[in-house]
Design a protein around this ligand. Sequence first.
Ligand code: MN
Length: 247
Amino acid sequence: MKTSHSNRRNFIINTGKAVMALGLSTTVIPSIANTFHENTSLLAEEKFKQLPLLYKFDSLQTAIDTQTMEIHYTKHAATYCKNLNDAYLAEVGNKNKSLEEILSAISKYSPKMRNNGGGHFNHEMFWQCMTPNVTTENKPSETLTKNLVKDFGSIEAFKTQFGEAAKSRFGSGWAWLVKSKDGKLIIGSTPNQDNPLMDICELKGLPILCLDVWEHAYYLRYQNKRADYIANWWKIVDWNFVEKKLG
Ligand code: MN
């Protein structure tokens, strides 16, 4: 299974790198591109990539241990990304669609696309929701505070409601803060790798903040104590990112 396909894949990827290194576009070198029957897969296979983390695996230890971060990023999230690229190649092919476009019509795609498209989107956002550059108090800015207080009454009430959503999600899933169509901030949770951009999702809106409550996100350090993971997680939330998302 692995041999011929992965050799060809590596060859295609390496050729692509060489092409990029030469500063050439694949469109101006048809002779090279045409060497491969599946030359379009050069683009499609690599369409989605994990962004490099903006911090080290060991820098969020206030809330998340090094090994969890490393396995989560290099294994779990990497697999979603790879499988998303495979699903994209099989189901979208040569057409150019953004992940957001696909998610908004996810009911038309396979479960593989749903699980891995969601998985990739959710994790890429999750990494950005956290930062090691926090003060001891790690409070949202005045502007953000005003917005949260308007819709939840207080920061504490917001955190409690968000924490409840995260705790009460049975099995694997995510907790979300989203901006609904009418601009109101709402809290909810989704199962598995579903997210609020998906047409099949009950909770709908623009994701502002997300928390991974799959056991793979916390089990090594917290075991069954999901509530402790959530309580500690607030210490590393990147409120600047949340504020930027809110717009
Ligand atoms: Mn995860």
